[in-house]
Design a binder for this molecule. Sequence first.
Ligand SMILES: [Zn+2]
Ligand SMILES: [Zn+2]
Length: 92
Amino acid sequence: MNSILQTEKECFFCGNPVCYDHHIYGGSNRKVSEKHGFKVWLCLNHHTNGHYAVHNNKETSDYLKKLCQEKYEQEHSRESFVKLIGKNYLEV
Ligand SMILES: [Zn+2]
Ligand SMILES: [Zn+2]
């Protein structure tokens, strides 16, 4: 997997080596996330099972969306991000 946020295959939050691909911008943006590396590895607890799991918790999900946009904007413009994802997650 290519990820703009990670190089090691381990849970982004806890470092657990048993982990799974998560697309940071899902739904219709899943393909774009795949192509541009808007992905992280997450363990089961942080992916789908726990209270703070990204699929159960909007704050966790928003946190990753913001962080990923910030990282992308280190090398690209905001316009190009919004063009890809259709939305700006950061403060203006
Ligand atoms: Zn974890
Ligand atoms: Zn996921």
